[in-house]
Structure formats: structure tokens, C-alpha cells
Ligand binder design. Structure first.
Ligand SMILES: *Cc1c(COP(=O)(O)O)cnc(C)c1O
Length: 377
């Protein structure tokens, strides 16, 4: 006899996947229906409605693509970046680099604006950079998970629209946990993933496109090089003809439906407020321990915090001890931030007052065991 699978229970406080609500697990064990079954499209319609709410948009063109957040990113790029198009990247972390790499592979001419990891662009910087380069597409990361920095999109979008450019925004770590404001900011294409602030397992990528973006897409002559992520084909499956394109991962749709129902029941604004409150409580606790934050106040994500690793502490040892002694998973910095910061996610179902206390207590223990004796200055 082979024993049935039995996965360990971890406390997931890394940059994703985040803890999953019991209701979502429950939904995932429901019987699947066919991918052309009316019940499936009913679930898909519920998802679309709640995603519009989370994105802050009226965009009719709001749906999910099969795959993780990176599939959402690649979907945005493959549909809206044509070979030879000038694409401006607001670089300030790892995920803007990934966007740039995808656009490069699609034959774009890349213009990179550079900021140190952990910093963001001011409105006037964003406007001046766009006005100088006049790109066809501008892309930025709304919630940069490699640094913990929040880049608002309003000024980028306004400047981009002034030069006729489309704007792509990566909202993977903000959707559900912070305001995204697609319509108010004027974002043309926003995508996300399910396993961060939505509190669902990884597997689907929500995406929304403005009427402007859609108009551009309709006029686009050559089809996107990706067949699987071709939004025109996906649109026929999900929204108009329900014509077979690929077999949707049914159980993931159930999961996302339930995760969004949980958010809708709490109320989206209450959900944001919970993320903010718990994030602030966490930061206050860290500061009491004498630990500083990488990102300046007012520019921090409510979903993921990046405290600096205290002087004399080995970041990897501390994380390993946290896992071994407390079963808690957090992440370290990488790239220019390797060894310098922790990346600690408190998002979705994981963002609770209890969890903040658990995290602070465990961090205190671990850092002390690693030789940290610091306290608030
Ligand atoms: C996690 C993440 C992605 C990629 O999502 P995957 O689900 O890992 O493919 C993209 N952008 C940001 C900002 C992320 O945090």
C-alpha cells in the first residue's frame, strides 16, 4: 500500500504562495464539471464580476488566463507588444526586469528607466521620462515583491496617454490587498496572480484590459506570437462564443471563485484596511526591536514588508532557524538586496493580528538566538 499524500502544514509568510482559506480548500474538492458546462461559465462570470471589483474597473474585458502570475505578465506582453515597438520599463526591482526580458523576447526596443531597488518614481520623474522617450508601451510594477515598494500608476498613465502609449501594470502582489484603481489611474492592462493577496493556490492569472487597449488589439494585424495566451482567442472562449480554446483548470476556478467570495463577504475596503492595519502593526513591532525598513514610509506595500537584516546577523541562518524551530517560511532579498533584507508576506488569509504576533515573537526568538541584541534606538 502506498500511503496517501500528506503535506506538512507550514506558516507561509514568504512573498507567495500565501496561506489558503479553509473555504477555498473546500471548494477545490468539489466535483469538476466539463469546461463547456454552463455551471463552469456561471463560476467564471462570478469570478469576472468580483475581479472587476478588486481591480477597481468597469472593463468588460476582465478575466483569468490559465497559468501563474507570470502567464498574466506574458499575456500582457505578447498581446500588446509588437516587434519593433518601443517599450519603456520603469525598472526598480526584479519583476520589472522580468517584464523587460519578456518584451525583449517579443522583439521590442527596450528603454529602461533606472531606480535603485526599493525606490519608486515620483510623478514628475515619470512624466518627464515618458515625454522624453515617447514609447508605444510603458510598463511598471505596482507592487514590487522583490523590494516591498509600491509604485502608484496615475502619473505614468497620464503621461503615457499624452503620447498615445498603452500602460501595462503588474498588480500581482497588490490585487485584493491594496487599492489597484485601474480605471481611476488609467491603467490599460493590469494582471495579477492568485497566490498572493487573493489567498488562493497558484494557478490562474487575472487580467483586465481597458476599452482603449481592446481597440488597439482589434486593430492589431499580426496575431500575437503566443497561441495559448492570445486574448482574442481567449475572449471567444470565456466571453462570446464559449468556443473551445483549451481545457480550463476547473478546480482552480472553484478556488478563485471561493477566494473572491471570501473577500466580497468581508468587503473589499475592509480587506484592504485589514492588510494595512496588520502591516503597520508588524512594522511598529519590528521598529520596537530596533529593525529598520528598506522602503520609506508611505511607499510600502501592505502585503509584503522588507525589514533590513540587522548588522551581524546572517540572513540565511536566521531564515533556516525560523523554519526549523517555528515552521515559518519567509524569504530573503536577492539581486542587489541579497543578504540585506527579509521579505515577509502578510497577505490574504495570512494577514491577521494573530499572525503578526506569531511572526514578531518568532523573529525575536530567532534573532536573539543568532546573536542579535539590538533594540529601539
Ligand atoms: C509573484 C510575482 C510574479 C510572478 O508570478 P508567478 O505566480 O510566480 O508566476 C510577477 N510579478 C510580481 C510582482 C510577483 O510578485
Amino acid at each position: 500500500m502506498i500511503k496517501p499524500l500528506e503535506a506538512p502544514k507550514r506558516f507561509l509568510f514568504g512573498p507567495g504562495p500565501s496561506p489558503v482559506h479553509p473555504r477555498v480548500y473546500e471548494a477545490m474538492r468539489q466535483p469538476i464539471v466539463g469546461h463547456l458546462d454552463p455551471y463552469f461559465f456561471q463560476v467564471s462570470e462570478e469570478i469576472r464580476g468580483w475581479l472587476k471589483m478588486c481591480f477597481g474597473t468597469k472593463n468588460e474585458f476582465t478575466m483569468v488566463v490559465s497559468g501563474t502570475g507570470s502567464a498574466g505578465m506574458e499575456c500582457a506582453v505578447t498581446n500588446f507588444v509588437e516587434p519593433g515597438a518601443k517599450v519603456a520599463i520603469f525598472a526598480n526591482g526584479y519583476f520589472s526586469d522580468r517584464l523587460a526580458e519578456m518584451a525583449r523576447r517579443h522583439g521590442a526596443e527596450i528603454v529602461r528607466f533606472e531606480k535603485p531597488w526599493g525606490e519608486t518614481y515620483t510623478d514628475s520623474e515619470a512624466a518627464a521620462l515618458i515625454a522624453a522617450e515617447k514609447p508605444r508601451v510603458a510598463a511598471f510594477v505596482h507592487a514590487e515583491t522583490s523590494t516591498g515598494a509600491h509604485q502608484p500608476g496615475h502619473a505614468i498613465c497620464k503621461a503615457a496617454h499624452d503620447v498615445g502609449a498603452l500602460v501595462i501594470a503588474d498588480c500581482v502582489t497588490s490585487l485584493g490587498g491594496m487599492p489597484v484603481e485601474v480605471d481611476e489611474a488609467g491603467i490599460d492592462i493590469a494582471y495579477s496572480g492568485t497566490q498572493k493577496a487573493l489567498g488562493c493556490p497558484p494557478g490562474l492569472a487575472p487580467i483586465t484590459c481597458s476599452p482603449r487597449a481592446l481597440e488597439w488589439l482589434r486593430r492589431r494585424k499580426a496575431p500575437s506570437v503566443s497561441w495559448y495566451l492570445d486574448l482574442k482567442l481567449l475572449l471567444e472562449y470565456y466571453q462570446s462564443g464559449h468556443r473551445y480554446h483549451h481545457t480550463a483548470p476547473i478546480s482552480m476556478f472553484y478556488a478563485l471563485r471561493e477566494a473572491l467570495a471570501v473577500i466580497a463577504e468581508e468587503g473589499l475596503e475592509a480587506c484592504w484596511a485589514r492588510h494595512k492595519r496588520n502591516h503597520e502593526k508588524f512594522v511598529a513591532g519590528l521598529q520596537e526591536m530596533g529593525i529598520e525598513m528598506l522602503v520609506a514610509e508611505g511607499h510600502r506595500l501592505w502585503t509584503l514588508s522588507t525589514p533590513r537584516v540587522p548588522e551581524g546577523i546572517n540572513e540565511l541562518n536566521a531564515r533556516q532557524r525560523l523554519m526549523a524551530e517555528h515552521g515559518i517560511e519567509i524569504a530573503g532579498g536577492f539581486g542587489p538586496l541579497a543578504g540585506k533584507v527579509f521579505r515577509i508576506g502578510t497577505m490574504g488569509y495570512g494577514s491577521s493580528e494573530n499572525n503578526i504576533e506569531l511572526l514578531l515573537g518568532a523573529l525575536k526568538d530567532v534573532l536573539k538566538a543568532e546573536g542579535y541584541s539590538g533594540q529601539a534606538a
